[in-house]
Ligand binder design. Structure first.
Ligand code: PAF
Length: 284
């Protein structure tokens, strides 16, 4: 249980963080869109390992949702989230409104065009520019020593690593392995949308990705292993399947452009009913 401070303006955020800095304390940032669950708390616990003070942010960022996506219905449970953050010893919650983050006249966009291309980028136009812009703002507002993101949103993580490097933002970006339910399903706020029948099928995405990785490790051509994975997803009931691909782990190039020895990652996105699921695992 912590003495959680809640602020809604950049000015208050900076004031509190500056006070900690003057006292010689380090700061870890955990950006979220709320609807907090155990995977978010794993990010908080990780930040705590690296910093004296933990700042969580809750902001459902409108610019990373396409007009036909779930911005308006995205779960918002601030009162419950505040209790969860307090129980986990978070020091500060920054929960700004849209006007604070995007005041009238706002027009700057941060774009990381190559890593944002393909995979989710092809199916969610503008999504990564929205993520890159808001994360850049949060990093510059809080100026943390480290910021922690989940590997579940793997392309997002690579976009954020790149922008921090390119823009010389003095922060260590930490990626945390995906937190899973006991049956392997990657924990996500959107799992709440799954019907009981779809929830029973959902863990198959992890099972099938693991099968693809096993085949690639055994020496099968990536294209053959991915085609088999695609078929298995369809047979399990995923539709449409947006992608199942193996890419280089850092720059997300197609596997056939990987230099020898480059680490690879298998990634998938597909729908079950009204729910879009994504997952990824390392190949080598
Ligand atoms: O992963 C998320 O929850 C969001 O994309 C993030 C990083 C908080 C930016 O809005």
């Amino acid at each position: 249980m912590s003495n959680l401070e809640i602020v809604r303006t950049v000015h208050e955020l900076r004031d509190t963080v500056a006070g900690w800095r003057r006292a010689g304390e380090t700061v870890g940032l955990v950006p979220t869109m709320g609807a907090l669950h155990m995977a978010h708390m794993a990010l908080v616990d990780e930040a705590r390992k690296h910093a004296d003070r933990v700042v969580a942010t809750i902001f459902v960022n409108p610019t990373q949702f396409a007009p036909d996506e779930d911005f308006s219905s995205y779960p918002r449970r601030e009162a419950r989230d505040i209790e969860t953050l307090r129980d986990h010893g978070v020091d500060l919650l920054f929960a700004p409104g849209v006007e604070e983050m995007y005041p009238s006249g706002f027009e700057t966009i941060v774009d990381v065009p190559d890593i944002s291309q393909g995979l989710c980028g092809d199916h969610r136009p503008g999504h990564f520019a929205g993520v890159a812009t808001i994360v850049t703002k949060l990093l510059l507002q809080a100026l943390p020593d480290c910021a922690v993101f989940g590997e579940k949103d793997y392309q997002q993580l690579q976009v954020i690593r790149r922008l921090a490097l390119d823009l010389d933002i003095p922060v260590r970006i930490i990626g945390l392995p995906t937190v899973r339910e006991a049956d392997g399903l990657a924990v996500s706020s959107r799992n709440a949308y799954l019907s009981p029948a779809d929830r029973a099928v959902a863990p198959q995405m992890h099972v099938i990705l693991t099968g693809v990785v096993d085949r690639v490790r055994a020496g099968e051509a990536v294209s053959v292993a991915c085609a088999a994975g695609h078929e298995a997803l369809a047979a399990a009931g995923f539709s449409p399947i947006e992608y199942l691909e193996v890419r280089t782990a850092d720059t997300l190039l197609p596997a056939d452009q990987a230099a020898a020895g480059m680490p690879l990652r298998a990634l998938a996105a597909a729908w079950l009913g009204e729910t879009r699921l994504i997952d990824n695992i390392p190949v080598v």
